[in-house]
Design a protein around this ligand. Structure first.
Ligand code: ADP
Ligand code: MG
Length: 680
């Protein structure tokens, strides 16, 4: 049997179980064997019958004495059977498993796990698990516990693992190059896979886990590095000419570009004029003016006769970009179109036609722009805004849309370098480290909910003076319905309290069109107070809004709060960010304090990482990190650093992995990237 064989090849896996296993993401032998335990139970210590303790889990070995008996007891069917060892005899008890009456054979030995109880007036051992030990019994062991679904028991999974391991035993190719294994003292692959499922010794387990974690990080990182090497090698980039186009563009803007914006544009210019394919990440704090950079780069590309596409993470944001790009580009005779999932089929068809014919120069949209059926006439640059919502693979999809367009990725979420490498290791990085002039400090305060009345009258006053406010309701994770409800309730409350203000809300359950109408009214100043969840988190730009009120602030990540705060302070008026929280824990207080103390996104993101409890993946997943099977990005940080160093070394010795010794790892990287990018 091969590692890649479908799971149905395994003995005992019929159609039913195949379906169930697919719910666990298990389709092949490989998927099965990389379905790692989430926990272990120590069953190395076997008790004798005489030693069995009441009400605690015990495992013991005993011999079956004969057939059992079955009886009804209320709702239950009880099955009883006697077993012995050299110290005595005990009655076993099963609930609702009448077949146990005859399943065990007299005179044979079995391993039983369960609890000794006194329920029906006698001491009986209530069995949770049992197995026949046969001839090869080598004593008790550590038992893996897997994530599972109903219909697939732990015992069954364990059996599958054992069977699969026996089939592929020793046959797995070791694809981490030997010199790396030596240098980082990594356990061998077959050993590690076996040991992680059925650890024989504590040391063996740690060695196995370390290797598998290293492997996971190494592949993630190495694949990105090799993608970068590949992208840089072929001179496939479209060459853009007319260098002064960027300078020309300045005069169409209502402001002077900052030095940081100019510097980043120079870097972009350098990339795109050489024949190299640009793959660049722009990191710039909220409000640093990334959009203008995207506009200038698009303008240059279009002056060269190519199309430009900008992909935004939400419909609302795509709409906003569409308006601001049109405002600048329309007078220049540049055709800007919008493509989103919320459009009608008819609208979409018309837009798609324009994109395919080349009539559309600037294309703005959501995911829709990378979906099947979108044919570009001549795509020169693909820009993604607020990249942390898109994963590596989606970026890859965009890459293949044109014939290798230049890639520009923009993110407002500064992240520590180690993480940046593993998320964006394939990209060059530009940083906009300067805010446009005239920005005012945003007054940030953290207060308890008892301040609500005062906050409301402050809001009322600001609205009377002609300004606007955002109110953010607590997120309710993974439950859009509840979330919408909490927004609706809070909106009602505000409508009562702020009777002179026009208070409206947007939430995830609304149709795109409806959302858009409300956003438009807010942008025009017709709505004074806008209540929402995080729909407005990214990118929204309404300079007249000066208050950002966040309810239950402790439920948000720091980087997210920083993003939200960045929605105000965009005009010339003094702005305020009010964090409402009744959380009492020290960590919660420290987190909010980090925000009131600093306006620097980098400082805040470092703090976020430090204060986040280990094992909390939420923030990272938002960045688009692929799901990790065994590694934990926080707890395994030292191994991540080693894997990064190793990946760099590998790339510097053999950037295209052409050496025989690197063939295995080359295939793994290609597999990770779904094969496309590495075929040179
Ligand atoms: P972000 O980097 O968060 O995407 P935006 O591109 O939305 O920021 O810019 C925020 C605001 O700053 C916008 O109103 C934009 O017009 C303005 N802006 C951008 N660059 C400059 C500049 N050089 N001078 C003045 N205002 C600018
Ligand atoms: Mg933006």
């Amino acid at each position: 049997m091969e590692w890649k064989d479908p799971i149905s090849q395994l003995k005992g896996v019929g159609e039913q179980r195949e379906k169930k296993l697919s719910q666990l993401g298990i389709y092949s032998i490989e998927d099965l064997l990389t379905h790692y335990p989430r926990d272990y139970k120590d069953r190395t210590r076997l008790a004798k019958i005489i030693e069995l303790e009441m009400n605690t889990e015990n495992t013991f070995v005993a011999c079956c004495k004969g057939t059992g008996e079955t009886m009804k007891h209320g709702r239950f069917t009880l099955t009883r059977l006697k077993v012995t060892d050299e110290t005595g005899e005990i009655g076993l008890l099963w609930y609702n498993q009448p077949y146990m009456k005859t399943t065990l054979k007299a005179g044979e030995w079995y391993l039983f796990t369960g609890k000794l109880q006194n329920k029906y007036g006698r001491k009986e051992f209530s069995v949770t698990e049992w197995e026949r030990i046969g001839n090869h019994f080598a004593g008790g062991r550590i038992i893996p516990v897997y994530p599972s679904v109903e219909g697939i028991s732990q015992k069954m999974l364990r059996g599958f693992m054992e069977a699969a391991l026996a089939e592929v035993k020793g046959g797995l190719a070791e694809d981490i190059p030997l010199w790396i294994r030596k240098e980082y003292q990594l356990a061998e692959r077959n050993f590690s896979i076996e040991e992680i499922h059925f650890p024989k010794t504590e040391q063996g387990f740690y060695d196995a886990r370390r290797r598998l974690v290293f492997e996971e990080f190494f592949i993630l990182q190495g694949a990105l590095f090799s993608l970068k090497a590949y992208l840089e090698e072929g001179n496939r980039g479209f060459v853009m000419k007319q260098k002064n186009a960027m300078d020309t563009f300045q005069k169409y803007l209502p402001f002077h570009l900052t030095n940081a914006q100019k510097r980043v544009l120079k870097e972009i210019e350098k990339d795109m004029s050489t024949g190299k394919q640009m793959n660049r990440l722009i990191q710039g704090d909220v409000g640093s003016g990334k959009t203008a950079v995207a506009m200038a780069a698009s303008y240059w590309v279009m002056q060269n006769g190519y199309q430009a596409v900008l992909m935004a993470p939400t419909e609302v944001l795509a709409q906003q970009h569409y308006h601001s790009f049109s405002a600048i580009f329309d007078p220049l005779g540049i055709t800007t179109v919008l493509l989103t999932g919320g459009q009608s089929a008819k609208e979409k068809r018309a837009v798609l036609e324009k994109i395919a014919s080349g009539e559309a120069d600037m294309i703005i949209g959501t995911h829709a722009v990378i979906q099947k059926g979108v044919e570009y006439h001549k795509l020169g640059i693909a820009i993604t805004d607020e990249q942390h919502r898109f994963g590596v693979r989606q970026r890859g999809a965009l890459n293949q849309k044109g014939q290798d367009p230049h890639i520009l990725v923009m993110t407002a979420t500064p992240i520590p370098r180690t993480l940046a490498l593993i998320l964006y290791g394939d990209l060059d990085v530009s940083i906009i480290d300067e805010l446009p002039p005239g920005r005012q400090k945003i007054d940030t305060m953290a207060v308890a909910s008892s301040y609500h009345e005062r906050i409301y009258s402050f809001m009322e006053k600001q609205v009377q003076e002609g300004r606007q406010a955002y109110v953010i309701c607590p997120m309710i994770e993974e439950n859009e319905k509840l979330e919408a409800q909490s927004v609706l309730n809070f909106t009602e409350e505000l409508q009562q309290k702020l009777s002179d203000c026009n208070v409206r809300c947007v939430h995830g359950k609304m149709k795109a069109k409806e959302k858009q109408e409300i956003m438009d009214c807010f942008a025009k100043g017709e709505i004074h107070v806008l209540v929402s969840t995080t729909v407005i988190e990214v990118g929204i730009n309404v300079p007249n809004a000066v208050i950002m009120l966040i309810e239950n602030a402790e439920r948000f990540g720091l980087a997210q709060l920083h993003q939200l705060r960045g929605r105000v302070g965009r005009g010339s008026d003094k702005s305020y960010c009010i964090l409402v929280s009744d959380a009492k824990t020290k960590i919660a207080k420290q987190r909010l304090k980090a925000l009131t103390d600093s306006e620097d996104g980098f400082v805040i993101s470092e703090m976020d990482l430090k204060l986040r409890g280990p094992g909390e993946f939420f923030g990272i997943r938002q960045h688009g990190l692929p799901e990790l099977k065994i590694a934990n990005i926080y707890e395994d940080m030292p191994i991540l650093l080693e894997a990064q160093t190793a990946a760099k070394k590998l790339m510097s010795t053999d950037p295209f992995l052409r050496l025989d010794a690197h063939e295995g790892i080359r295939k793994r990287f290609a597999g990770f990237l779904e094969g496309k990018q590495l075929e040179i």
